[in-house]
Design a protein around this ligand. Structure first.
Ligand code: COA
Length: 147
């Protein structure tokens, strides 16, 4: 499939919300995404995946601070999963990280989210903490060590 990863715009927010609400039991609101788009610190980025018909089928929100990237959100449309779109998103992130001298990518994943944990492990992420109070595990990928 010919996929495109591009910066999110206000026009994408409804599509993102649809995916968000069907992916998470405690979804972000439209305002939460909007404030990421308006972040003027220059650290936050929100990218969407477009399929050949220009439909938004996934997204990632992350922050780049010095030599680290923290992934705040990532999701793929439920009907489009297990087709390599998640890998496409992360391979692009790894490429950007390497080009920008980022040392590691960090994220938190719910301990019950078995599918996502397997997905991250396959991408070379390693667990670096026991479960946090909110039931999430911290995972890290040291750029260059895997992938
Ligand atoms: C986690 C998530 C982003 C992964 O996205 P995805 O597009 O399904 O990811 P991929 O298709 O690249 O990989 C998923 C699995 O499908 C497999 N796969 C990829 N292409 C495939 C294909 N053509 N046929 C069969 N399997 C395939 C991958 O090998 C991978 O297997 P693994 O988990 O055993 O490693 C997605 O499941 C999601 O949106 N989940 C809900 C939101 C969420 O939990 N986000 C993470 C919060 S921390």
């Amino acid at each position: 499939m010919n996929l495109k990863l591009r910066p999110c715009t206000n026009e994408d927010l409804e599509s993102i919300l649809f995916i968000e609400e069907s992916s998470f039991k405690d979804p972000w609101t439209k305002n939460a995404f909007y404030s990421e788009l308006c972040d003027d610190s220059g650290c936050s980025r929100c990218l969407v995946v477009e399929d050949p018909s220009c439909s938004v089928i996934g997204y990632i929100v992350y922050q780049k601070i010095l030599d680290e990237i923290y992934v705040k959100k990532v999701a793929v449309h439920s009907q489009m999963r297990k087709r390599g779109i998640g890998h496409f998103i992360f391979f692009n992130l790894f490429k950007e990280a390497k080009e920008d001298g980022v040392f590691k990518i960090v994220l938190d994943c719910d301990v019950t989210n078995v599918e996502a944990l397997r997905f991250y492990k396959d991408l070379g992420f390693q667990q670096v903490s026991e479960a946090n109070r909110d039931g999430s595990l911290r995972l890290e990928n040291k750029i260059g060590a895997a992938t």
